[in-house]
Design a protein around this ligand. Structure first.
Ligand SMILES: O=P(O)(O)OC[C@H]1O[C@H](OP(=O)(O)OP(=O)(O)O)[C@H](O)[C@@H]1O
Ligand SMILES: Nc1nc2[nH]cnc2c(=O)[nH]1
Length: 189
């Protein structure tokens, strides 16, 4: 793995400056509003247990939670498949959830459903640990035919985006630019 110091501030700024903005902040905010409305309709009386999938799910979770004004329990877990690379490998658990899921409605919140392996594995883990209803929520669904199962979708999706390497709103470019205020595609990727 590269040390962060191998990426200079100038190089990282160039990645941002040359990237294509696929969805601006207003579009992302509208998408989060729509997701929150659907979650309120479906889950307000379910006392759900919501997991933020670190690190990428951090921003979506942080922006969804204040839009969900009903009793829910918020926790986090950490699973990674890409580390700081642009292609995925085997799912690695960095922190498994440490909370009783027996008979709970669980909502898993992540930034992106790409191939779907990460969300599938987390959902299976929650069901195996007693969750009775597992819902998945992602800001981005990347459009291609490499899904872990044909037609795989999250229960709640913010935006459908073309098959490029993306950063922003939680998604990283080599550990950077999770803070980019929109959905960006790296030039040439
Ligand atoms: O649908 P998939 O092909 O499985 O990819 C999606 C996953 O990839 C990213 O995580 P990553 O492993 O990069 O970890 P991060 O959240 O720390 O960036 C993203 O946050 C999702 O969890
Ligand atoms: N940052 C980032 N992480 C991902 N994980 C799966 N696909 C992507 C992507 O396009 N960008």
């Amino acid at each position: 793995m590269q040390s962060p110091h191998e990426h200079t501030r100038e190089d990282l700024q160039k990645v941002f400056d040359e990237a294509d903005c696929l969805c601006d902040e207003a579009q992302v905010q509208e998408a989060i509003d729509r997701m929150a409305a659907a979650l309120r309709t479906d889950l307000a009386d379910q006392n759900p247990l919501l997991f933020c999938v670190m690190n990428g799910g951090l921003i979506l979770t942080g922006q969804l939670l204040p839009r969900l004004p009903f009793p829910l329990q918020a926790e986090y877990l950490h699973a990674t498949r890409y580390r700081q690379e642009t292609t995925g490998g085997i799912l690695e658990w960095k922190l498994r959830p440490d909370v009783d899921m027996q008979n709970r409605t669980v909502v898993i919140v992540d930034d992106i459903l790409d191939e779907g392996t990460t969300l599938n594995a987390i959902a299976d883990y929650c069901r195996a640990h007693g969750a009775v209803d597992v819902r998945t929520a992602v800001l981005i669904d990347k459009q291609h035919d490499r899904k872990a199962r044909p037609g795989l979708k999250a229960d709640y999706t913010g935006l459908e985006v073309e098959d490029r390497f993306l950063f922003g709103y939680g998604m990283d470019y080599k550990g950077y630019w999770r803070n980019a205020p929109g959905i960006y595609a790296v030039k040439g990727l």
